[in-house]
Design a protein around this ligand. Structure first.
Ligand code: SAH
Length: 244
């Protein structure tokens, strides 16, 4: 019996933003693996085993999914947004590096709508020109790396999207981020806070760096900073497609 492992993105929250390809993979699965709130989005049915786990056990989860696949199960690992953006796809390949016996397994990564794209669409087109995307969590990299990337991206005049901006375990890094950005980009730069995009709790607010406060972000917020040309047009925010 040949198993399969699909690493699938569920999009930012709304079932209307799950791709048909991901829906089909879930319908064909025998096992669903993932962080508790993501597995909670899967409708139970006979013959489908749900394996929710805590978000601190990503490597254990990846290895467990590979093990089940090797036993012939059809496993889907669910991530929010896109599975390749600060999520489980890289964790699975990291686990594969240490496990040659699993490298010939049938593995597929199915994309999903990542938070910054869902948020940008709600705001207008703040990522309409060159941009970069930075994870502000310092769990897996030191703050110095984050700060260096922020300064280089600001000097290159990228618009930026920030994931994992603020959590209870590290309340200060987002305040430091705003300080660095104010120093590099000045007070008038537009910044959009997009919380719980595509869910009933969705809230989108755009302000300037001068007015931005750390408590405008939490772990359900993706933050988008404009480049030097980003501007408002009516209720929208957009970044023109030419530089300068
Ligand atoms: N793989 C996910 C990101 C996981 S990191 C993706 O592609 O979207 C988790 C971070 O994603 C959160 O801290 C937040 O910054 C962002 N995020 C995820 N879903 C979101 C949503 N519905 N609205 C706003 N931000 C979201």
């Amino acid at each position: 019996m040949t198993g399969s492992l699909t690493i699938a993105g569920l999009g930012p929250g709304s079932d209307r933003q799950v791709t048909p390809e991901v829906t089909a993979a879930i319908a064909a699965a025998t096992d669903i693996v993932g962080y508790i709130p993501y597995v909670a989005r899967i409708v139970p049915r006979p013959g489908l085993m749900l394996h929710p786990s805590d978000n601190r056990v990503e490597m254990d989860r990846a290895r467990a999914a590979l093990q089940m696949t090797a036993q012939g199960r059809h496993v889907v690992i669910v991530s929010s947004g896109d599975p390749g953006v600060f999520a489980m796809a890289a964790a699975v390949f990291e686990a594969l590096e240490d496990a040659p016996q699993w490298q010939a397994l049938d593995i597929r990564v199915l994309p999903g709508i990542t938070a910054m794209l869902a948020a940008a669409a709600r705001a207008g087109a703040p990522l309409g020109h060159d941009f970069c995307c930075i994870n502000l969590s310092d769990n897996l990299k030191p703050w110095e790396v984050i700060e260096t990337r922020l300064r280089h991206a600001a000097r290159a005049d990228f618009a930026m999207a920030f994931y994992n901006p603020r959590s209870a375990s590290r309340p200060d890094t987002f305040a430091r981020t705003l300080d660095v950005l104010r120093a590099e980009c000045g007070p008038d730069r537009l910044i959009t806070f997009a919380r719980a995009v595509s869910t009933p709790e969705e809230a989108i607010a755009t302000t300037t760096l001068a007015e931005a406060r750390p408590d405008m972000a939490d772990m359900r917020t993706v933050v988008i900073l404009g480049n030097s040309a980003t501007r408002r047009v009516g209720p929208w925010v957009y970044t023109p497609r030419r530089a300068g």
